[in-house]
Design a protein around this ligand. Structure first.
Ligand code: XCC
Length: 659
């Protein structure tokens, strides 16, 4: 059997699934090849004269649509679906904040007043001598109005560098209302409407910007206000976080509203006593996907893994209950859970699954519902049969918000991004990279691209920031620990990590928190020394194992913000070489950021480093030289420890020359 995952816990569970004849996403991907027509955007199914398959050169659909129009419409619709998903998540958080402000959601409160005041500042809401809940009400109301805004631009456009805002205005893509941009793409891509690929795709970028600088950015801000702005904390990752003698409850999906409440409910003495009354030693909460990211970076809940681990977690037989909210939840979980004692509970009115138990979440009764779910999990514990928990888990540090980055670079009184910019200017850091997004059993061995690309970057002195399932991948292999810098980071990056005590790979949160990267890039651009716009910064964005439409929306808002963005795997517009080239070359000419799909991981690294070096050159910065910044004292210590481990006779004083 070809290696399907680099994760030993996943491999162990896949072996078990084969022995027991159980299907997984891995086996289904192998058994059913992707549709060769749809895979590259060759199929048009937006009306019922089709679907039309444009497989021959020059062929058009029944209506006359060219392959350029068809691929462009398909991509634009992916953006709209992704933007809708992220933004609707943001809307729900605004509704929760409003309910808190109106005293209708008594189990929640404002956890970060400072953030509330800064967000009010972005929105032009007065804060002086005002009650917290009054400010919160105005912030929630203004946030909700952004979805239905009919005139003008989204408020957060102003958070981008001035030059970037002007580019958007000149190109006519400054986003207006969030809902309006999504609706307009659906309208424009309806049969017989917008039939100019350039025009369709520029509209797609405007919709993506409404996600990045609108719905998702609001989701991040409102989550921080309600649940706290993250700062680093330690937790653990991989299937080994499951407990053999405790009730295992898994939160999966994306929204923090219920999972945060469940995290508190599991700590209540009455709940722990209840678990004990069922024969368990306690309650063990863990997460999957971005719900995991939300609760791990705020309350230190461990994660069992990323997207492709969801079925395998159930197959351990050790999960009493998996509660899901929205997005990235496989339908296959329901029939699989029925083969075990695991209860699958859906909670969102937007995501029901046949065969699962539905307990509708309502923020007005949040703790009551959380307790009900925790009790259900405990009730299930006596039904547990044989378990197979792979004993693999790694330490991780998570929770590097933009606010914390300011603090870590300069303390309370001198918080600033100056040291980061200086490090790039001197060449200690070659550049920065965001490695984000999903897993995809069809594009590569599970986690392999995330892992390989991340390690190559840190070896080359590129500071890596991560979100989503990419971050969870690195968590499982120990890349989110400061120690890894000693072993694998290049000398300049290692020096910085040692000085600040940070890992060379920073966990920035969930997928909506990709907007934290936008904020960081904007601050770097305005700090000085690295140009005046995001597109001047020596950096790249990569989603090496993407699979969801949300990843396409994220990729496009990064491109529109000026970032060279690389997606792994096959291009969904490959059927039109014209459109494939357009999203790279034409977009780069207009926006400074380009969108490329690259199938090979080494090529992703090579093109990224070449881009970073070209940006350094354009800024007049010294050429990157890995030997310029010497090895630190800790490097000598590492050599000494390695020699001791290898049983070599050595003294600490002689390690400097030791190979
Ligand atoms: Fe989903 Fe956010 Fe992709 Fe992971 S990274 S598979 S979208 S959970 Ni967002």
């Amino acid at each position: 059997m070809a290696q399907k995952s680099i994760d030993p816990a996943v491999s162990a569970m896949l072996e078990l699934s084969e022995q027991e004849g159980l299907e997984t996403a891995f086996s289904r991907a192998e058994a059913m090849k992707p549709c060769p027509i749809g895979h590259i955007g060759q199929c048009c199914k937006i009306c019922h004269m089709g679907p039309c398959r444009l497989t021959k050169p020059g062929q058009t659909g029944v209506c006359g649509a060219t392959i350029e129009t068809v691929t462009a419409r398909n991509l634009a619709r992916m953006i709209a679906a992704g933007a809708a998903a992220h933004s609707d998540h943001g809307r729900d958080l605004a509704m929760t904040l409003l309910a808190v402000a109106d005293g209708e959601a008594p189990d929640y409160f404002i956890r970060d007043e400072g953030k509330l005041r800064s967000v009010a500042g972005y929105m032009g809401i007065a804060v002086e001598k005002r009650e917290t809940l009054d400010i919160a009400r105005d912030v929630a109301t203004m946030a909700l109005a952004e979805f239905g805004r009919q005139k003008g631009e989204l408020m957060y456009v102003k958070r981008a560098p001035q030059k970037r805002q002007e580019i958007w205005r000149e190109l006519g893509i400054a986003p207006r209302g969030i809902d309006r941009e999504v609706v307009e793409i659906m309208h424009r891509t309806h049969v017989g409407n917008d039939q100019d690929y350039d025009h369709i795709l520029m509209g797609g970028l405007r919709c993506a910007l409404a996600d990045g600088w609108g719905g998702s950015m609001l989701a991040t801000d409102l989550t921080d206000i309600l649940f706290g702005t993250p700062s680093p904390l330690e937790t653990k990752a991989n299937l080994g976080v499951l407990a053999s003698d405790e009730v295992n409850l898994i939160v999966h999906g994306h929204e923090p509203t219920l999972s945060e409440m469940i995290a508190f409910a599991t700590q209540l003495p009455e709940m722990i006593e209840y678990a004990k009354s069922k024969g368990a030693k306690g309650i063990n909460l863990a997460g999957i996907c971005c719900t995991a990211n939300e609760v791990l970076m705020r309350v230190g809940v461990g994660t069992v893994g990323n997207f492709l681990s969801q079925e395998l977690a159930v197959m351990t037989g050790a999960i009493e209950l998996m509660v899901v909210d929205i997005q990235c939840i496989m339908e296959a979980l329901a029939p699989l859970a029925q083969r075990y004692h695991t209860q699958l509970v859906t909670t969102s009115p937007k995501a029901k699954i046949e065969g699962a138990t539905h307990i509708q979440f309502d923020e007005h009764r949040a703790m009551e519902i959380a307790k009900q779910i925790v009790r259900m999990a405990c009730d299930n514990f006596p039904k547990r049969g044989q378990t197979h928990i792979p004993q693999f888990k790694s330490n991780m540090v998570a929770g590097f918000s933009h606010e914390y980055a300011n603090y870590m670079l300069g303390g309370f009184y001198r918080g600033s991004f100056r040291p980061l910019n200086d490090a790039i200017m001197t060449g200690r850091l070659r550049g920065v990279a965001g490695i984000v997004g999903c897993n995809n059993p069809r594009s590569c061995t599970h986690d392999e691209y995330h892992d390989h690309i991340t390690r190559e970057f840190i070896r080359n002195d590129v500071l890596v920031v991560q979100t989503g399932c990419g971050a969870l991948s690195s968590a499982k292999y120990g890349l989110l620990t400061p120690e890894i810098a000693l072993r694998e980071a290049g000398p300049g990056l290692r020096e910085i990590c040692e000085t600040l005590g940070i890992p060379p790979v920073l966990h920035l949160g969930s997928c909506v928190d990709n907007t934290r990267i936008l904020t960081v890039l904007s601050q770097m651009a305005s700090e000085g020394g690295l140009g005046t716009d995001i597109s001047d910064i020596p950096g790249v964005g990569i989603a090496p194992e993407w699979m969801s439409e949300k990843a396409i929306s994220i990729g496009c808002y990064f491109v529109a913000s000026g970032v060279y963005t690389i997606m792994g795997g096959t291009s969904p517009v490959k059927a039109s070489p014209v459109v494939d080239e357009y999203i790279s070359k034409v977009w780069e000419g207009r926006l400074g950021g380009k969108f490329e799909f690259i199938e090979d991981d080494d090529e992703i690294v090579a093109r990224s480093l070449a881009h970073i070096d070209a940006k350094r050159k354009a800024l007049g910065l010294p050429e990157y030289d890995p030997h310029r910044h010497g090895a630190s004292g800790d490097a000598m210590m590492m050599q000494y420890l390695e020699a001791v481990e290898a049983g070599k006779p050595v003294s600490l004083y002689s390690t400097a020359g030791l190979k």
